[in-house]
Structures are given as C-alpha cells and as structure tokens.
Write a protein that binds this ligand. Sequence first.
Ligand code: UD1
Length: 371
Amino acid sequence: MKIINVVAARPNFMKVAPIAAEMKKHPEIEPRLVHTGQHYSAGLSGDFLDRLGLGEPDVNLEVGSGSHAVQTAEVMKRFEPVLGAEQPDLVLVVGDVNSTLAAALTAVKLHVPVAHVEAGLRSFDRAMPEEINRILTDQISTYLFTTEPSAERNLAAEGIDPERVHFVGNTMIDTLLAQRDGLDVPGTLARYGVERGAYALLTLHRPSNVDTPESLGETLAALRALHDAARASSLGAAFRMLFPIHPRTKNNLRAFDLESAAAGMVGLELLPPIPYPDFLALMSAAGLVVTDSGGIQEETTVLGVPCLTMRENTERPITIDEGTNTLVGRDADLLVWHGLDALTGDRPTPARPHLWDGHAAERIVRVLFGG
Ligand code: UD1
C-alpha cells in the first residue's frame, strides 16, 4: 500500500507527523511525504519538518505564495504528475489550507481515494477560505477522520454517509502530548525573559483581522487596551506581551503604516515565528493566549491555559464547551474583561476532550489498514 501524505503549511506538520510515524511501523505500508511548498520560510516550514521527525519530503512542489486561485491551481498542476508517477493507493490530507483541497481534488479526479484528517469542522462562515476548503474536501473524501462530535453532526447534515466518518481524536494533540514532557519550560521562559503567568502570548494572522487598515487598526487598539489594563493591574510592569508575528501580519503592519503603533506599546515584543517547542513551552506557562488560529484553541484547551479567540465564530466548539476558549472578536472591552480575569484569577482546570489522548494516529492507521 503506497500512501502519499501531504503537508503544506505550518499547522499541517504536527498533524501529519504522528500519522507518518505510525505508518512507518507497518512494513506493508509505504508512506511518501509530499510538501506542496505553500509555506517555504524556515520559520514556517523547514524547522518543523526537522523537529517533528518528518525528515525531508520525498517531493516538494514548491508552489509558494499566490492568490487563492493561483495557489490552488499550482498545487493541482504540480501534484498530478506526481500521482501519475507514484500511483499511490491513497492520498492523505489534513486540515483546511488551500493545498488540502487542491491535493484532494487532484487525487480524486484520478480515482485515487482520499483520507481527510480533521474533517467536519465548520465555522458556518463562508467568508473564510478555510471553510470552503473544508466543505469541498469533505465532499470528495472517502475516509473522514473527525476530532470532535460537532464534526460528525455537521457531516451528517451535509448528507455524508456516516460509514465514511470515523471519530478518532486529534493528531495535533498526539504531537503536543508526545512533545510536552521534553519541554524545557524554565529555560524557555528565561530565554524569552518572561515570568510564568505574567505574560500574554499572541498569534494573529486571519485575513479578517489583519488584511485591511481598519481591521488591523482595530486589532491593535484592542491589544493596546489589554496591555494598558494589565499593566495597571496587580501584575504591573512585569506584564509582557509576546507576539511571534506571522509574515502576513508583518507585511500588513508595514503596508498600512501601523508599525509605530505596535512599537509604541512598551512590553509588547514583536518576534519572528518561533520554533514549535519554544511555542509550546511559552503557551503552557502563559497567563493568557490571544489568537485567531484554529489549532491554538485546541492546544490551550489541553494545556489548561485561558485562550481568547479574536474571531466571531469557531469551527472547534468543543474548545468552548469543554475547554478554555472564549470568543471575543475585536471587541476591546471583552478582551480586557476576560483578559484581566484570566491573568489575575484562578487558572482553569485542563480539559481533555474525548479521544484527545495521544492515540489518534494509531486509530487512523487501524481504520485504513486494519490490525
Ligand atoms: C495559510 C492558510 C491558513 C493557515 C495559515 C497558517 C490558506 C487559505 N490559508 O495562511 O488557513 O491558518 O496558513 O500559517 O491556505 N509567507 C511567507 N513565508 C511563507 C509563507 C507565506 O513569508 O513560508 C507570506 C507571504 O507574503 C504570503 C503571506 O505570508 O503572501 C500569506 O501566506 P499564505 O500561505 O497565502 O497564507 P497564510 O496567511 O499563511
């Protein structure tokens, strides 16, 4: 059985790593790794491949950045001959980035079955490119592996045969749990110059928050309100905000002339994208995480760290129902209210949603290959 595992962008690597490792334990499975090259900077790609043991991809399609149409089309054009040459029995895709849909569509047109890991999540916000990628990938996949019960309900509502749907847990949490014990948290905090619980860790890159001067200005104004309120609280000048900044956000801060507004916040540190173990260590000891990422809502839930999500919706409702996540949009008052509560109140009890137990990849391989 030859399987092509597809990776493309930063959040894909930790989802595929445990699946690829599990496949390698089975001599009858011949896994191949195809990187579409959607992310190519070392801080978003190469560092992750090395640290997660994925190694060099067998093929890198090197599609790079582009408009949605260009990026999707380039993956399809460049993946099709790889499928022709490799003749795989299955293509496995993860998540919801443009490459996920492009690779799945290319495979299914050549009658190669597709497995979609993290199927069925829905924000019900079709302005998000990821929502379109999720809906379409699920429609054409043979195996749909889900992380939480809402996904099964969403797929059923879209008429997808329940026989194709398998609730297996969360492979990104497999990776988090595998890495957690090896983290040097005190050493990492010392290197970044922060004290446990006395800092907020920020990640913001959604087009809806950063792609126009208005939305990025509002995002910064909300962060400024949180920053000022936290510094006026019992934390005082010890409070810091660490902001490893995504290239999309960095480019837009410059393009919209907002760099000085960010630089004017004493205690806000704009950092380049940081390595995964550092990020996990910083997340686990943060007083608060502020994000618009999908995966970070899940990671903070397992780590028991309060997470304020600067979005109006989430495709991961279990992180609100059972976890530590709260939606605040770009509302500065909500961000300050919940932020101060998190920074100065009791820490929530870590929740572990059902099957987020470190064994999701094993279940996936069992469904696909038996045993
Ligand atoms: C993509 C995904 C998003 C995911 C995010 C994780 C889609 C539609 N979006 O968004 O779901 O949450 O990845 O990071 O698939 N750039 C670099 N180096 C890189 C890649 C990008 O500098 O390695 C810069 C380029 O200027 C590029 C911009 O970042 O134009 C945006 O990259 P892109 O891949 O288009 O989207 P992301 O915002 O990264």
